[in-house]
Design a protein around this ligand. Structure first.
Ligand SMILES: [Zn+2]
Length: 60
């Protein structure tokens, strides 16, 4: 998640909304899964971050 001190761009909104969709799909496992991926992959290779970006998605 991003705490923005600037006006979010449409791309930023799409990114954050995609995290919301991920949360709705994954439920309570979202946070531990996110943190595990963060440790395992770092930010830029993070599967949920790549999924939230314009990259190919894990699920629709
Ligand atoms: Zn993100």
């Amino acid at each position: 998640m991003i705490v923005a001190s600037f006006e979010p761009t449409p791309a930023v909104w799409r990114h954050e909304l995609r995290h919301v969709a991920q949360y709705e799909r994954l439920g309570l496992s979202f946070l531990p899964l996110y943190l595990w991926y963060r440790v395992r992959y770092g930010y830029f290779e993070h599967p949920l971050e790549r999924d939230a970006s314009e990259d190919p998605r894990l699920f629709s």
